[in-house]
Design a protein around this ligand. Structure first.
Ligand code: UT7
Length: 329
């Protein structure tokens, strides 16, 4: 770790108003509330409705909150990083759009894609800008409109996802409270198990690609589950070991919200009880890059300066990672 510690000085979050319940899904596909609840922990998720409404609609609300809560003039902002796999467009990036919308005329901005691990990857990237000493205020946002790539006739996947955005402001912390350690991993062994095949340079959009469903999310749930449950628990245990932490030292595990069973396995492996696990999958489902910061947003009033948090994620690619940080306010 360098001498400059990047600390979180504000957290923001936004989910759309429309609530898609398990009961409503029962009318769309052959499923039921009992199956969804017992297999995933999800009860409802939020959906961004309306024409021409993209991920930036949610992300810009988060950026506005971050500026306000951290007392930052938009002109002071150095950088904006948006983790997303559902950008408004391939380009301009979603980060470019929201940075201009808030009048952050001196900031550079870009999107990052690491699927469900996107927020941790982006947070480590933002942290390194702060550690460099060249930048003082970096906003890191995870935002996904998963409903834009979900096939609502596929019961294997449509029950899982929701839309949302959340993020944090990073600044140098004089008290040494902030991001201490990060482990990031990726392995394309998952490329046939979880993917969006269409729309990129291999399968550009055609009538055939649309008919073949290539523009919808696909996963082999059972296979992904096996990797997720092992990799997320391993990487969470590894960062604890590396930093000599026991379950008693941890205030909260902040896990990616894909499946409550994966979260429970990670908590067990870390030796932390359910009271120390941030959980909101029941309300929002899997919002991909937004799950971890949405947890921080929901639990913000339970956090105190100096609290030890471990973030952990697993997602498409595969990508996975963990982060150890001390809450800064
Ligand atoms: O976030 C990024 C990474 N992604 C993940 O971490 C997700 C990992 N995977 C999972 O969370 C789980 O695999 C799922 C929640 C997606 C599925 O749960 P599962 O316990 O692995 O179920 P399954 O896919 O093995 O399916 C079991 C049964 C099947 O029926 P048969 O073949 O046993 O007769 C499915 O057809 O459940 C059936 N099924 C459903 N039944 C009711 C699948 N989806 C549904 C459904 N409602 N929505």
């Amino acid at each position: 770790m360098g001498s400059i510690v990047p600390g979180i000085t504000a957290v923001g979050g936004y989910v759309p108003d429309y609530i898609l319940t398990n009961q409503e899904l029962e009318k769309l596909v052959d499923t039921n509330d009992e199956w969804i609840t017992s297999r995933t922990g999800i009860k409802e998720r939020r959906i961004l409705k309306g024409e021409q409404q993209g991920t930036s609609v949610m992300a810009v609300k988060v950026l506005q909150q971050l500026l306000e809560k951290s007392g930052t003039d938009p002109k002071e902002l150095d950088a904006v990083i948006v983790a997303t796999i559902t950008p408004d467009y391939f380009f301009p990036t979603t980060a470019n759009l929201i940075t201009s919308e808030v009048g952050a005329v001196n900031a550079f901005s870009f999107d990052m894609g690491a699927a469900c691990s996107g927020f941790i990857f982006a947070l480590e990237t933002g942290a390194n800008y702060i550690r460099s000493g060249n930048y003082k205020k970096v906003a890191v946002i995870g935002a996904d409109k998963m409903s834009s790539i979900t096939n609502y006739s596929d019961r294997n996947s449509c029950i899982l996802f929701g839309d949302g955005a959340a993020g944090v402001m990073l600044e140098p912390n004089a008290e040494g409270l902030g991001i201490y350690d990060t482990i990031l991993r990726s392995d394309a062994v998952g490329k046939e198990l979880i993917y969006l095949k269409g729309g990129g340079s291999v399968n550009p959009p055609t009538h055939q690609s649309i008919d073949a469903g290539l523009h919808n999310f696909y996963q082999d749930g059972k296979s992904v589950f096996k990797y997720a449950v092992t990799c997320m628990a391993d990487v969470a245990a590894e960062i604890m070991q590396k930093n000599n932490l026991t379950g008693d030292d941890i205030k909260f595990l902040v896990p990616h919200q894909a499946n409550k069973r994966i979260i429970d396995a990670t908590a067990n492996r870390m030796g932390v009880g359910p009271e120390k696990v941030m959980l909101n999958i029941q309300k929002y489902g899997n919002t991909t890059a937004a799950t971890i910061p949405l947890c921080l947003y929901d639990y913000e009033d339970q956090l105190k300066k100096g609290d030890n948090l471990v973030l952990a994620a697993f997602g498409g690619g595969f990508t996975w990672g963990s982060m150890y940080l001390k809450w800064a306010y």
